[in-house]
Design a protein around this ligand. Structure first.
Ligand code: HEM
Length: 148
């Protein structure tokens, strides 16, 4: 094999590899949502699913996996800024971002409590924490979401 065909082979391999990595599931969506909105939609789905699985202790492994997915989504959400930030005067944006970060962090910590209850197989406690987690949505949206 000549040096040139070796290089061609290597380039073809790299192209195949990058095609596999550059098309994660999320990029095939065709709407124009922000990244944060997409994470939020998945958080919403995850929490809805947990509402029923938390009632069934025999599904705790499934619930724990779902809770960990939520933790990942929340971590990703912490790297975003709410779209509403752009509507604020520039000198208010840093304080707003800080408030967002703190609320997201509280949200994440509450979801950690959910995992803790599940690890102890305490489904009653887990259901109570779920309510607290769910209750964090409205005040957060009041502050950070653009009004519909
Ligand atoms: C129970 C918890 C939560 C649920 C189920 C939830 C769900 C959602 C949903 C369904 C959307 C609309 C996405 C769309 O279709 O465009 C959304 C948007 C949004 N949520 Fe949440 N959310 C929760 C908690 C939070 C928290 C704790 C924060 C902030 C600390 C937050 C900040 C936002 C923001 C800023 C948007 C607008 C997206 C953007 O600005 O790009 N949410 N959320």
């Amino acid at each position: 094999m000549t040096q040139r065909s070796l290089i061609a082979l290597a380039v073809a391999g790299l192209l195949t590899l990058s095609a596999a990595f550059v098309s994660p599931e999320r990029s095939v969506r065709v709407d124009d949502d922000t990244k944060l909105a997409l994470y939020m939609k998945d958080i919403n789905k995850g929490l809805r699913g947990l509402r029923s699985t938390l009632r069934e202790p025999e599904r705790n492994a499934e619930s724990i996996a779902a809770v960990r997915e939520l933790q990942i989504l929340i971590t990703k959400s912490r790297s975003e800024d709410p779209a509403r930030t752009a509507e604020l005067p520039e000198d208010q944006r840093a304080a707003y971002a800080l408030e967002y970060q703190k609320m997201m962090l509280d949200f994440g910590m509450k979801v950690m409590e959910l995992e803790s209850a599940l690890l102890e197989n305490d489904n009653e406690a887990a259901q109570a924490v779920w309510k607290d987690v769910n209750g964090m949505k409205s005040p957060a949206h009041e502050k950070f979401k653009i009004k519909d």
